[in-house]
Ligand binder design. Sequence first.
Ligand code: ATP
Length: 354
Amino acid sequence: MGSVADLELDGVRKAFADTVALDDVSLDIAEGEFFTLVGPSGCGKTTTLRTIAGLESPTAGTVRFGGEDVADVPTEDRDVGIVFQNYALFPHMSVRENVAYGLKFADPPDGQSVDERVTELLDLVDLSGMGDREPDQLSGGQQQRVALARALAPAPDVLLLDEPMSALDARLRETLRRQVKRIQTELDVTTVYVTHDQAEALAISDRLAVMSDGAVEQVGTPREVYEEPATEFVASFVGENNLLRGEVVGRDGDATAVSVDGTEFRIGDGLAGRARGGTPTAGDRLTFCVRPEDLRVGADTNRFEVAVETAEFLGETTRYYADWGDRTVVFRTPDPHDDDALTLGFDPADARVL
Ligand code: ATP
């Protein structure tokens, strides 16, 4: 079993009456890739997934599997396995029967019998020995693994997962996440995963697309999206960036000086120049972000005074929310601070211009 499909969405638009669910969505998903669609509720993730599956037809644009336009290919002929949020198992069938149902419309691969295939799949999802149980005798995580085994039974080219973990508690989610990732890597099946949880998206994906309001804001590896958010939306949705808006007051060597409500900050040139396609000049409005781990107590540049509002102990680090004028800034540090008033600062190179 192995993947044979790369996936392409080219200018896909989907309108439901007067709701535009997808507006010009283009994506290239590589063969064998674990690709995630992430964004807030209603941004179009599920519609994108359903369009790939052929459960929705695009109002405009093209979906291609392995370079072929699949507009005329119905879902059952697209070689996709789908797992939805609500397990959707048959309650009065055993686990084995549920998995075997995945082979009702397709033969097992490699000349295997249905029985052999079901045994192999239960082994893959760590449920050997549970085959005779009924779904209500399984935990939520186990039920989702049965759903995954059923979806994978016919060895699909493409695996589509729509919030498969959202009904599970946090600990189970993390366990299932590792299992899904291991299975996907083992099978090398092209996978599109939908979640609204940005931390999950960063943890599990080879690449992800951040979506907002029917459009793709940024596509990249987790590191790229986290470290170099392309837009204000991405900066605020992924991680916990502090967004600051100011006005360029001039140049200072190889940095740009920006005034945010009267406090001047220096911003490193590389990022400022690249984002704006040129060197910023006095009077330009400029938005930049600084990550919580880059705001440091006792930094010697870009200093400003804050009043600590709350501290949350997270184990390895403590997260602080602090007031700076009428803004709240968030910073994270391994060193606890008891003072109510602190001077924070950041390195000019750690400011990302948006
Ligand atoms: P969620 O995380 O809440 O599932 P989502 O990002 O998956 O959200 P979609 O379900 O794709 O978003 O919905 C995108 C937009 O399209 C929403 O405004 C939704 O209300 C609308 N929409 C989706 N399906 C339909 C439909 N069948 N009829 C009408 N509007 C729809």
